[in-house]
Ligand binder design. Structure first.
Ligand SMILES: Nc1nc2c(ncn2[C@@H]2O[C@H](COP(=O)(O)OP(=O)(O)OP(=O)(O)O)[C@@H](O)[C@H]2O)c(=O)[nH]1
Ligand SMILES: [Mg+2]
Length: 471
């Protein structure tokens, strides 16, 4: 999508999912939208005059083109600027036949419209200042949201809370930057318009805010893409069996050959409204086999990236090796930032369902931060315990705080934070005012790039192409 979105073409597209449905909606937007639609729209056998259009009202009638009655439709008109795009727009509800949908598009194109590109309606809304870029991205997230938590985060962002926070920070910084730049105009006279202690306080406050937003990305990303749960442990402990049991399908290959899983397998699962991303990993063992070695390195990486680590232990092994396997996993987990759940698997092979083993392990590990449960991935025994344990470790206690979920926003915040730190250092070291102003401008640039106050066509193109056609 190049500069075309900025031109005055009238665009049209099917806005409902492709294929047959009960009804389908065709959207038309642009200065020629009313003329194009009314020229083929008849009410009571008469072509509808443009003057009869009332905004936000649905009109019943028929699409008639070259004497052919295409369909019985409802048309809703939206007069500029009170429409989604800010332009004159119409939504035509037709019967959901694929033929009718396609034919109506052809008819509209014959009336001078052109097919919209992906995300073009939303892009026009952004250009017409209906919302900022962060909110436009929230719309894409909202459409994609698969769980209650992702939906909530997207709705919060759509409401514009995040954008307001950014704008407030920006306007304060901008005021200070202007004062500093004024000093540059009077450099001969050695005056200070911007109070340095005030500037330092403002920087401190802004940096703390930027860092808080930046740090929320770990959680925001977990909510959006699923909380990463790595299933790790020695070979043959039943990791893949557990993944399959959780998903309720044979996703990963299971066998009694040690080293079956070579690469990581990731699948998301919605449990009670929370999205989890379960990652089955290659079993940990010493090996000289090149491919398996790479797989094991990946397993270690996945442990680091995970929010929750499920450490699988094998109840059929002797206690000493189970304890040392548990300690091995423990040594890889950062208990301050990660939750470890040790699962003693295959307890179906034991008479007491693992109770004795559980007691011993809890005693020897002696750490309340480690949860230990008994499981039989094969028979699904203990799965509900695992679900409950997972439920306790969910980030829903974060409902109203702004969460950054978008990598582009995260990177911009990261850069803004760096620039602000440079301003701070510069002030400490009394570096020349023009350099300080440059760093401040950088920080303003990055903060502005999130909401789209400062942006390039390339960035816009990549954001809006994420949308489907018709959005
Ligand atoms: N009795 C019993 N056997 C199990 C259980 N879970 C897994 N197994 C068996 O243990 C063997 C290994 O299972 P996998 O799921 O492939 O183990 P893994 O940890 O993924 O193994 P690698 O991919 O080689 O690291 C298979 O023969 C499974 O049927 C269980 O709960 N009880
Ligand atoms: Mg496996």
């Amino acid at each position: 999508m190049l500069n075309r979105a900025f031109d005055n073409d009238t665009i049209c597209a099917i806005s409902t999912p492709h294929g047959m449905g009960a009804i389908a909606v065709i959207r038309v937007s642009g200065s020629h939208a009313f003329a194009a639609v009314t020229s083929v729209f008849q009410r009571n056998g008469k072509t509808m005059p443009i003057e009869d259009i009332i905004s936000h009202k649905a009109f019943y009638g028929h699409i008639i083109y070259k004497g052919e009655m295409l369909d019985e439709v409802l048309v809703t008109f939206f007069k500029s600027p009170h429409s989604f795009t800010g332009e004159d727009s119409a939504e035509i509800s037709v019967h959901g036949s694929v033929y009718v949908q396609q034919r109506l598009l052809q008819v509209l194109i014959a009336q001078g419209c052109r097919m919209a590109e992906a995300g073009e309606f939303t892009r026009r809304a952004f250009v017409n200042r209906k919302f900022d870029l962060a909110q436009a991205e929230a719309i894409a997230d909202l459409i994609e949201s698969e769980s209650e938590a992702t939906h909530r985060v997207a709705v919060n962002q759509l409401k514009g809370g995040f954008s307001k926070e950014l704008q407030m920070m920006r306007s304060k910084l901008l005021e200070m930057t202007s004062l500093i730049e004024l000093e540059l105009d009077f450099s001969e006279e050695d005056v200070e318009f911007a109070d340095r202690s005030q500037l330092k306080a403002l920087l401190h406050e802004t940096l703390a805010h930027v860092d808080k937003l930046k740090d929320s990305f770990r959680l925001g990303n977990a909510i959006k893409n699923g909380i990463p749960v790595a299933i790790v442990g020695q070979t043959n402990t039943g990791k893949s069996t557990l993944l399959n049991a959780l998903l309720g399908e044979d996703r990963a290959i299971v066998s009694d050959i040690a080293g079956t899983t070579r690469d990581t397998i990731e699948e998301t699962l919605n449990i009670n409204g929370i999205l989890y991303r379960f990652i089955d990993t290659a079993g940990l063992r010493n090996t000289d086999e090149t491919i398996e070695k790479i797989g094991i390195e990946r397993s270690y990486r996945k442990i680091q990236e995970a929010t929750i680590v499920i450490g699988m232990l094998d109840a059929t092994k002797d206690y000493e090796s189970t304890l040392s396997a548990a300690k091995e996993i423990l040594s890889k987990v950062d208990l301050e930032h990660q939750q470890l759940i040790l699962c003693i698997n295959k307890v179906d092979t034991l008479d007491d369902q693992g109770e004795a083993l559980l007691g011993l392990l809890r005693q020897d590990l002696d750490d309340d931060d480690i949860l230990v449960i008994c499981l039989s991935a094969k028979s699904r025994f203990g799965l509900s315990d695992l679900y409950n344990t997972l439920k306790h470790y969910q980030p829903l206690s974060y409902p109203d705080a702004t969460l950054v979920t978008n990598v582009r926003h995260y990177e911009a915040l990261l850069h803004a934070s760096e620039s602000l730190k440079q301003v701070q250092q510069g002030l400490e070291m009394n570096i020349p005012t023009d350099l300080i102003s440059q760093d401040l401008r950088q920080a303003l640039h990055y903060l502005g790039s999130i909401t789209g106050e400062i942006t390039t066509d390339e960035v816009l193109g990549s954001i809006f192409s994420r949308f489907c056609i018709g959005k």
